[in-house]
Design a protein around this ligand. Structure first.
Ligand code: NAP
Ligand code: MG
Length: 406
């Protein structure tokens, strides 16, 4: 069989620990035997980030902007323990944060659904994709403790020095106060990324805030979404047969629980933080959660939602058997290959991505799965595989599919 050819390179961002081990296995076992894989490689492993003073992350993000599609392995976000472990020059920032800021992107997270791994909410039949606004609100807050007897005011100073003030509270007892902000530009980018992704994946999009209580702040989010939708997207949505739907956050939560899934739920920053953990847990394992960063001008970066699975890596280093789930990382690759195929008009590459996803799902549905899934599965004939055997089982099913196609 001839290998599938590519035109434009994928931006490949390697990472850390167990996911770095899986990364190489996926390429060796499932990709390079079938695809003449063209990538521009950036090593975002912590050692290389430290050696290059994190320049490699910036170079990778710029390459992502240039070529349009990247696939990223999970990476360590340094903390105090990592400073010692890796002898770091500095506590480098989260690569995901750096890339997201450079792309002005929105992260979309969606679970992979597999028969035999039933969501905790029995009505959910289709994936629910969460889109989280990644700028401002409580994540860029200013807060203070306020002693009794003080008065807190909101003051906005114009360039000419004029002040607009509003009383927040006169404190009879001790208390707290917090200031948060957001920006029209950032909210607009978020709205466009959401509407583009809805068109791209052919799904309805829901957005919810608490605009009945927050009549200026949250209402601004609602208005910006509505203005951009009417001006730029309403016609395209009608043509595609999909819908934009705004409601109150409480109503959204109730509707989500009663829904069958199959839509995108756009959330403000805090709502997205909290709700994505709830939705991910309710659908099953972190190992089945995919993630894609989309910029408002259509640049894509695909990855798994989980981290570097550190505990498994230390077992691996000791030569012990690991059973790490590679599904989300495989789907990061298939997502990126399919998008590359779509942009470069390479139907073979897109079809390969479909086959690899189907083979991966079929492997689990045949009862061969990693430990994290075994504990969730209702299938009768489960065999818990180690990390590599799981990939080899997928390979068997992939080859079967590729043969039947010829
Ligand atoms: P994690 O790597 O997601 O793992 C947490 C636990 O979840 C694991 O110990 C494992 O549970 C389970 N798990 C996650 N992914 C799994 C998989 N694919 N297969 C099987 N089990 C899986 O989170 P963490 O331990 O909090 O973070 C480790 C490192 O990852 C940190 O340095 C953090 O900075 C980084 N991180 C990176 C990203 C990213 O690059 N996108 C995201 C999150 C965290 P058991 O141990 O019980 O088996
Ligand atoms: Mg969270």
């Amino acid at each position: 069989m001839d290998k599938i050819q590519m035109k434009t390179p994928l931006v490949e961002m390697d990472g850390d620990e167990m996911t770095r081990i899986i990364w190489k296995m996926i390429k060796d076992i499932l990709l390079t035997p079938y695809i003449d894989l063209k990538t521009e490689y950036y090593d975002l492993g912590l050692e290389c980030r430290n050696e290059t003073d994190d320049q490699v992350t910036i170079d990778a993000a710029n390459a992502n902007k240039k070529y349009g599609v990247a696939v990223k392995c999970a990476t360590i976000t340094p903390n105090a323990a990592r400073m010692d472990e890796y002898h770091l020059k500095e506590m480098w920032k989260s690569p995901n944060g750096t890339i997201r800021a450079m792309l002005d992107g929105t992260v979309f997270r969606a679970p992979i659904l597999v028969k035999g791994i039933t969501p905790f909410v029995p009505g959910w039949k289709q994936p629910i994709t969460i889109a989280r606004h990644a700028y401002g609100d409580v994540y860029k807050n200013t807060e203070m403790k306020v002693p009794a007897g003080c008065k807190a005011e909101l003051v906005v100073t114009a360039p000419d020095g004029t002040e607009t003030r509003e009383l927040i509270h006169e404190y009879k007892g001790d208390g707290v106060v917090q200031g948060i902000h957001n920006l029209d530009d950032s909210i607009g980018s978020f709205a466009r990324a959401c509407f583009n992704y809805a068109l791209d994946t052919h799904q309805d999009i829901w957005f919810a805030t608490k605009d009945t209580i927050s009549k200026q702040y949250d209402h601004r989010f609602k208005d910006i979404f509505s203005e951009i939708y009417q001006a730029e997207y309403a016609e395209r949505f009608a043509k595609a047969g999909i819908e934009y739907f705004y409601t109150l956050i409480d109503d959204a939560v109730a509707r989500v629980m009663r829904s069958e899934g199959g839509f995108i739920w756009a959330c403000k920053n805090y709502d997205g933080d909290v709700m994505s953990d709830m939705v991910a847990t309710a659908f099953g394992s972190l190992g089945l959660m995919t993630s894609v960063l989309v910029s408002p001008d259509g640049v894509y970066e695909y990855e798994a939602a989980h981290g570097t699975v550190q505990r498994h890596y230390y077992k691996y280093l000791k030569g012990e058997r690991t059973s790490t789930n590679s599904m989300a990382t495989i789907f990061a690759w298939t997502g990126a290959l399919r998008k590359r195929g779509e942009l470069d008009h390479l139907p073979d590459l897109m079809q390969f991505a479909d086959h690899l996803e189907a083979a991966s799902i079929a492997t689990i549905e045949d009862g061969k799965m990693t430990g994290d899934l075994a504990s969730l599965s209702s299938l009768p004939n489960i065999e818990v595989t180690d990390t590599e055997t799981f990939l080899l089982e997928i390979k068997n099913r992939l080859e079967e599919r590729l043969k039947n196609k010829e």
